[in-house]
Design a protein around this ligand. Structure first.
Ligand code: URA
Length: 228
């Protein structure tokens, strides 16, 4: 037995392998530095132990992401709903089914071409909009996810995702479909699928029609980037 192992028996010495919770600052103001997570596995472990905000008390699962960990396109939603909290996977309810259809319409494969995640990893009670404090507490995780996946394109679905990542840029109707450069990446605000579920018209100029324009622009940019 090495002396290091023997030291584990000494109750007066701090443990050599601290519990995972000891590594996550519960104070929102304490940052989690870039480079903390060697991979999404460790990040997901931390998210499932996290209590940087109150949402950790009521979650079933932290919802980290799904799709290709090396995708060139990242899609960022708002927060998990009930289905996502139960399964631990983002966008698996009605909004998610519509999102998958939108991607399919331009032949984007959800397993191959994109990585899907949310600004907030835990479900807010009654699906309320996450507070600024909750968003701030969760921010290091999305930053680390972006660093690890390293996408060229980030699609921000809805105002909470836009505000949470790149700051307030105006109303969704005025900024949707625009490319916004942020930290060397191309971001595009797009409507949240739940907004499209509430506005089902496909007439020219309606939100669904606008989404069709936006997703075609995304497909064109993706093709351009892949050729570079
Ligand atoms: N809405 C979101 O923004 N994210 C999900 O994961 C599900 C619904």
């Amino acid at each position: 037995m090495s002396s290091d192992q023997l030291n584990l028996f000494n109750l007066d010495e701090p443990s050599l392998s601290p519990g995972i919770n000891d590594l996550i600052p519960t104070d929102v103001k304490i940052p989690i530095p870039a480079g903390t997570y060697p991979s999404m596995v460790e990040l997901a472990q931390h998210c499932n132990q996290c209590h940087r905000c109150g949402l950790g008390d009521s979650r079933t699962h932290a919802v980290v992401g799904r799709g290709n960990l090396n995708a060139k396109i990242m899609i960022v939603g708002e927060a998990p709903g009930q289905n996502e909290d139960e399964t631990g996977l983002p966008f698996v309810g009605r909004s998610g089914q519509l999102l998958d259809k939108i991607l399919e319409s331009v032949r984007l494969d959800t397993e191959k071409d994109v990585y899907i995640c949310n600004i907030i990893k835990c479900r807010p009670p009654n699906n309320r909009v996450p507070s600024a404090k909750e968003t701030a507490a969760c921010k290091p995780y999305i930053f680390e996810q972006i660093r690890l996946v390293n996408p060229k394109i980030i699609l921000l679905t809805g105002a909470t995702a836009v505000k949470g990542l790149i700051g307030d840029k105006g109303s969704m109707t005025s900024i949707r479909g625009q490319w916004i450069e942020w930290e060397g990446r191309l971001c595009m605000p797009i409507f949240h699928p739940s907004y499209l579920l509430r506005n089902p018209s496909r007439e020219r100029g309606a939100p669904k029609w606008q989404m069709w324009q936006d997703i075609q622009a995304v497909r064109a940019k993706y093709d351009e980037i892949r050729l570079e």
